[in-house]
Design a protein around this ligand. Structure first.
Ligand SMILES: Cc1cc2nc3c(=O)[nH]c(=O)nc-3n(C[C@H](O)[C@H](O)[C@H](O)COP(=O)(O)OP(=O)(O)OC[C@H]3O[C@@H](n4cnc5c(N)ncnc54)[C@H](O)[C@@H]3O)c2cc1C
Length: 305
């Protein structure tokens, strides 16, 4: 593979693909395109990889999708070797995972950090993209892939007087890398969306006074986070490979909590049950079916050890 370094002041020869952003999407893209034999260059504005999970370091930041689901599925080996410590991974855990993936698949050699793309023009004649960075460098490429995320540009509200505010203020999407101690301070949190509700309980524990400004209440339920159940994780990941079923994750969702699950009236459960049977062959366990008034309930117990 050719060396694809992009930072030359003279226009270098075209490469196959420029990928903008080194979050989940950008990292997978570089892995996939490299696997197709293309030479690629990732340009990332941040000083490190991770995207969302690099920028959003506010206290309490965590995934609100179960970690098992919020993982790459392209490598069975990766799935088998990675263990999530908690059901809903925290921001540092996810960042650790992303870094592990980058190292494991040697993705960093194609990534240029601290480089923001400022322009991208397509030339119909040469059929090439011309991509310009904030350092004034230009890269030409056959393909330009915007893996730049849909939530990666923080919106700082234009509150009148903000520039004269004498205290410190922070934006969750641009959180500093060093920890901030709110102990003994009067703190206001503006917003009760997904980030706000994660941040508020942590700040409330530290601050002398916390005032929350809420325009629109969200419907929020407790995450009930806790240690990931390793036994169940093994049974799900080892059987997920190669099984095509839209209903698989729905069927296995109860197992994330307990090796015994009651599954009622799930569409496609017949297919799911054939999958369950193959798990039972591997791990042992039993399935009982109960039927009453048109409702079928399957009680599935795995003997995972
Ligand atoms: C606080 C927060 C919590 C979230 N929680 C969840 C969750 O629990 N479950 C879920 O499914 N999703 C969640 N999301 C959505 C999350 O963004 C996606 O799950 C996923 O991480 C997006 O990955 P991505 O690679 O597409 O984009 P990102 O992770 O946003 O990465 C895009 C990258 O592109 C870079 N970039 C952008 N513009 C340029 C440019 N011009 N030049 C160079 N680089 C550029 C950015 O710096 C960034 O690193 C959350 C998002 C946020 C903000």
């Amino acid at each position: 593979m050719k060396n694809t370094t992009a930072t030359q002041s003279t226009t270098p020869s075209p490469i196959d693909a420029v990928i903008v952003g080194a979050g989940f999407a950008g990292l997978y893209s570089v892995h996939k395109l490299r696997g197709l034999g293309l030479n690629v260059q990732v340009l990332e504005a941040g000083s490190d990889i991770g995207g969302t999970w690099f920028w959003n370091r506010y206290p309490g930041a965590q995934c609100d999708v179960e970690s098992l689901e919020y993982s790459y599925g392209f490598s069975d080996a990766l799935q088998q070797e990675w263990e999530w410590p908690t059901r809903f991974a925290s921001q540092p855990e996810i960042l650790r995972y992303i870094n592990h993936v980058a190292d494991r698949f040697d993705l960093r050699r194609n990534i240029k950090l601290s480089t923001r793309v400022t322009q991208a023009h397509y030339d119909e004649k040469s059929m090439l993209w011309s991509i310009v960075t904030d350092a004034g460098d230009r890269v030409t490429a056959k393909y330009c892939i915007m893996a730049s995320g849909n939530l990666s540009l923080p919106r700082v509200p234009k509150f009148p007087g903000l520039d004269q505010f004498k205290g410190n203020w922070y934006h969750t999407g641009l959180w500093p890398h060093e920890p901030i101690d709110f102990t003994g301070l009067r703190v206001g949190v503006i917003g009760t969306g997904a980030s706000g509700i994660q941040l508020i309980p942590i700040v409330a524990r530290q601050a002398k006074h916390l005032h929350v400004f809420q325009r629109t209440p969200n419907f929020t339920v407790p995450a009930c986070n806790g240690p990931a159940d390793k036994k169940v994780e093994i049974s799900v990941t080892s059987t997920g490979a190669g099984i095509e079923s839209e209903n698989l994750s729905k069927l296995f969702e109860p197992f994330y909590r307990t090796p015994e699950a009651r599954v009622s009236n799930i569409p496609g459960v017949g297919l799911g049950l054939s999958v369950v049977k193959s798990i039972l062959d591997m791990h042992g366990g039993e399935v009982k079916a109960e039927s009453s008034e048109g409702t079928s309930t399957f009680i599935i117990r795995l003997d995972v050890v």
